[in-house]
Design a protein around this ligand. Structure first.
Ligand code: G6P
Length: 628
């Protein structure tokens, strides 16, 4: 949710902290701050913050030079995005930034108040800053104090801590992402490798319960273990942890992320760039099937043949847009593979008394691989005895990928816009491949069908490219939405989840209230809302349900509703006074949802442009939700 950058180097690191925060700003943008050991102030700690954007912070920091510092962009959980709640939080010479939520902050706060500490913020984070300071009274160094403080925390954290006069930064993680960057001129930490691209590509991913001390010329990592809660019962005897060897216990990965991949280039917004990158992202994702006429299960991991053998059903767990890709996949998995499939919102599943089935394949879908609810839901499924797990994810070393037995990595490239686009369509491509692979594993697939599905998949990038050419017409439709407050999205069958996704996109970035409905349900409630002020957006592919859908459209038209219909070239839908029709170039059979969603992404994007909203950083949201 929040972005963290930390650095200790032999040169000025303030520009790096600001650049890193700029790259991570999409993860949280309620406020931003840095604390650095200021070279011009006898290495005292200087804290600067902005309740605006990182660009404002950059202006404040332009005259500051420092060789060590920590930085943060915040997505507020405890306390409004005010200056006093902005990270870093301070405790007499200690500064700390935090990503996550501390669940036991109230008793710790009470203990610290009893010890004379004064709290100035409403955050849960401030307890960690004071706790580290408290532990420093009897600890040999900052590393020890941080380890002791962490041992008392319950909840999720990725933290970076700096102390006046020290030559190090100490970082720790449990439940929130954090990695180290090993550089030529210094060593670094960040919540995402993209923040460190200008100084290093040598990345060490910290594991649950790791604490690391970063100095200019050295890095030490200690593991205090994953644990369940992080709670140590005896503060006098905290877990000191096991020293780890970098390159052995924690491998060094060389990041292949390109700088252009995270830059805007000629586009106006990341969302626009990412919509237009979809043909390329799909082609890259499908590259792993090469020219094969036949799919092998090990596309999903070396153990896939064993894991897939004997599965009797599929359970998909995900949140947000990823949940919608799961809903589309349900149609494919049941129709193509003949395997029962349920799809659950991860935050609901993790607290529900469900009936576990060890022969069920559990699939976690996540762009970031860090979504707290999705991760917790997989752990919960495993705790119930369901070990056949598969991650479909866009981030290779993410927590969800590491948690699952099997993995399929989509190759969408970094997605920066908060509203997910290319991650969604590449997830769909991966899920279609899975449906075909499962069909093959269960002996249901003819050679001819398999070859046809693969041909259709390979044609997908081109088919998406054609949809993108509709942008000018979609942009002209968007003008009609400028003064609307509500919108209804209708679809049937596997396009119903696309209606949900279209509605989600519109509400996320244009703040128009939108709902997605299966068109057949219209008369059971939403029809009451239909009038000339509520546009009804309909997905009308030329499939077996088209005639049924047309009856639903008549019901809307008869009540004075204004229809915006995304049809196929050959869908028999006629344009009329209040019926606007836009035609996609071709009907694409089972893969049609992938094309129709692209049209809806463009619609939301252009409505947001018309409304003048902050497209890439919509209010109150964040890209990667690492808290519950
Ligand atoms: C946030 C993002 C959504 C995303 C959802 C799930 O809400 O704003 O775009 O779909 O998290 O994220 P994941 O990374 O698990 O796909």
């Amino acid at each position: 949710m929040c972005g963290i950058v930390a650095a200790v180097a032999d040169r000025d690191i303030v520009p790096l902290l600001i650049e890193g925060l700029t790259r991570l700003e999409y993860r949280g943008y309620d406020s931003a701050g840095i604390a650095v050991r200021d070279e011009s102030a006898k290495r005292a700690l200087t804290r600067m913050c902005s309740t605006g954007r990182v660009a404002d912070l950059a202006v404040q920091a332009q005259d500051c030079t420092a060789k060590a510092g920590i930085a943060h962009t915040r997505w507020a959980t405890h306390g409004a995005p005010s200056e006093r709640n902005t990270h870093p939080l301070m405790s007499s010479g200690v500064a700390l930034v935090h990503n996550g939520i501390i669940e036991n902050y109230i008793p710790i706060r009470q203990m610290l108040i009893a010890q004379g500490y004064v709290f100035v913020s409403e955050t849960d984070t401030e307890v960690i800053a004071h706790l580290v300071h408290f532990e420093l009274k009897c600890a040999a160094d900052l590393l020890t104090a941080v380890r002791r403080a962490c041992a008392q925390l319950v909840g999720a954290y990725g933290i970076a801590v700096i102390r006046e006069g020290d030559d190090c930064v100490v970082v720790a993680r449990r439940g929130s992402p954090l990695l180290l960057g090993l550089g030529e001129h210094g060593n670094y930490a960040a919540s995402d490798a993209s923040a460190l691209l200008s100084v290093t590509r040598n990345i060490v991913y910290l594991e649950e319960g790791d604490v690391a001390e970063i100095k200019r010329q050295s890095v030490r990592i200690f593991s205090v273990g994953a644990g369940d809660t992080g709670r140590a019962t005896d503060r006098e005897c905290p877990e000191e942890g096991t020293p780890l060897v970098i390159g052995v216990d924690r491998p060094v990965h060389v990041s292949t992320l390109s700088a252009e991949a995270v830059e805007l280039g000629d586009y106006q917004h990341y969302m626009q760039k990412e919509i237009f990158e979809q043909p390329e992202a799909l082609a890259a994702t499908l590259e792993m099937i090469g020219g094969a006429q036949s799919l092998m299960p090990n596309l999903f991991g070396a153990n896939a043949p064993e894991v897939f053998t004997g599965i009797n059903s599929v359970l998909i767990l995900a949140c947000g847009t990823s949940y919608h890709s799961g809903l589309v996949a349900r149609y494919w998995i049941e129709q193509i593979a003949g395997i029962r499939c349920t799809v659950e919102i991860a935050s609901e599943y993790r607290y529900r008394a469900s009936v576990p089935d060890p022969n069920q394949l559990v699939i976690a879908i996540s762009q970031s691989g860090e979504t707290a609810d999705t991760l917790a839901s997989v752990k919960y499924a495993k705790s119930l005895g369901m070990q056949r797990t598969l991650a479909i994810c866009n981030v290779p070393e993410s927590a969800i990928v590491r948690e699952c037995a099997l993995r399929f990595l989509t190759r969408a490239g970094p997605e920066v816009g908060v509203a997910s686009t290319k991650a969604f369509t590449t997830q769909l491509a991966a899920l279609f491949l899975l449906a075909v692979t499962l069909a093959k594993a269960s002996g249901r697939l003819s050679v001819a069908d398999e070859a046809q599905y693969l041909t259709d998949l390979r044609h997908l990038p081109l088919a998406v490219q054609k949809v993108l050419t509709l942008e000018p017409q979609i942009a002209s439709w968007a003008l009609h939405f400028a003064n609307k407050h509500h919108a209804l999205f209708l679809g049937r069958g596997m396009h119903y989840p696309i209606a949900l996704e279209g509605a989600l996109k519109l509400k996320e970035i244009s703040y128009i209230h939108a709902e997605g409905y299966p068109a057949g349900e219209l008369k059971h409630g939403p029809l009451a809302l239909v009038d000339a002020d509520m546009p009804v957006i309909t997905i009308a592919p030329n499939d077996a349900l088209l005639e049924k859908l047309k009856s639903n459209l008549m019901e809307v038209a008869a009540r004075g509703g204004e229809l915006y219909v995304f049809a196929d070239a050959d869908s028999a839908v006629t344009e009329g006074d209040a019926v606007h029709v836009l035609r996609l170039a071709e009907h694409y059979g089972l893969l049609s949802p992938v094309l129709h969603v692209v049209a809806l992404q463009l619609l939301s994007y252009h409505v947001a442009l018309v409304k003048g909203t902050d497209v890439d950083k919509p209010r109150n949201l964040a890209k990667s939700v690492t808290v519950e």
